[in-house]
Design a binder for this molecule. Sequence first.
Ligand code: MN
Length: 416
Amino acid sequence: MAEPPLTENYHKETATRRHIPAHITFWDETLRDGEQMPGVHFSAEEKLAIAEKLAEVGVEVINAGIPVVSKDEEAMVHRIAHAGIKAHILAAGRTVPGDVEAIIRTGATHAAIFVAASEVHLRYKLRMSQDEVVKATVDSVRRAHEAGLHVAFVTEDTTRAPMDFVEKLYLAALDAGADRLVVSDTVGVMSPITFRWFLREFSARVHPKDWSVHCHNDFGMATANTIAAMEEGVNAPHVCVNGLGERAGNTSFEEVVMSLEILYGIKTGIKTEKLYELSRLVERLSGVPLPPNKALVGYNAFSHEAGIHTHGVLRNSLTYEPLQPEVLGRKRRFILGKHTGRAAIQEKLKESGISPTDDQVARLTELVKTTEEHKGKELRNRMVADYQNEFEQPGLKESEFWTLAGQVGIERPKSP
Ligand code: MN
C-alpha cells in the first residue's frame, strides 16, 4: 500500500480565486494600537527593544506612535526614528495641522494620516461635514507629502461608511499625494465574505496600488478578515504581536504569517523561527499574559496530554499537529496528567534509556493519572484570582484616583 500523502490540502483547490501579492509588507501596530490597550504603556527602552525585534523578524513598517499625544511620546518616536532600526519608522496623526507638524518633527520617514469616515463618527465625534473631512484630508496629506514623507491615508470605521463618500475621500487623498491607502474595520464588524465584497467594490472605485487593512477582533474574525483582504490583493496588512490592541485587539501578526506560510504555502519573508521569541518579549513588556490556548504562540499550542493524541504524535506528529513547532522556534511538549496514556510513559522512560516491562508501564501510568487527578488546584486558583483582580480594573486604581483628585482640592464624595 502506498504511503498516505502527508500534505493533502484543499487550499490548493481555491488558489486561483486568490490574488495575494507577491510582496507582502507587514505593518506592525504593536507600539501604537497595542499600547492603546487598557493598562498597557511602554517606556522608550521597551519600545526600542520591541521595534528592534520586529525589524529583526522582518517587519517592514513599524508604527512607533502618535507624537502629538505628549511631549514624551514625541521624543520616543523621534528616538526610535533615529535608532538605526532596519525598518520604516512611521508616526501617526489626525488630519489636524498640529498633528502633521509633530509627525514631521520626529524625523520618521513614514506618516499615517487618519480621519473617521462613517456617519456616526462624523456626526457625534468629529462634528464635521463630509466636505470638511475631505478638505482636512487634502490639506494634511498634501503637507506631509510635500515634507517628503511616505504618506498612508487611513480612515477609521471605513467598513461602516457610505461607499460613495469613501470613494470621494480616498480619491481626494490619492490626488493630494497619498502613497498607501488603509481601510479600517475599526469595530470588527466584517466577516471574510462581506469584507471581500467591500474591498472589491473599493478597489473597483478607487484603484489602490498599495493598500492596507486594519482589522479588529471584536467577533474573533480579525485574522480571517485580514487573510480575506489579502485574497483581494491587499499587500500591507496591519498586525499586532499577540493580537494586542483596543478592546478585543487587532489582527495577530503570528497568525497571519503562519496562515499564509503553512496553509497557502506563501513565502512571507518573515523569519518565522523568531516569532515565539518576539511573542514572549511582547508578553513580558506589555504585561498582558497570553491565554495558554492562543493560536501558535500560546503555551499549549504544541502540547499534548491526552493518551490518543500523544500516541498519534509519537508515531507521526502530523496526526495531531498542522505544523512543526520548530518552524516558530518552539518545542513540542508532552504533559503528564489525568489523560496520559501508556505511550507517553513508555516514551519518557525510553528517553532515559530504560526498557520497562508492560506491567511496569501499566502500573506507572495508573499512578501518574491518579496522582495528577488528586492534586490540589491552589496555585492555579490563586493565579486566576490575581489575574481577575488586576484585569477587572487595569490602569489607575479607584483609590489612587481619589488621592490624586485630593491633590487638586477635590474630595471623594461620601457614599450614601
Ligand atoms: Mn485600531
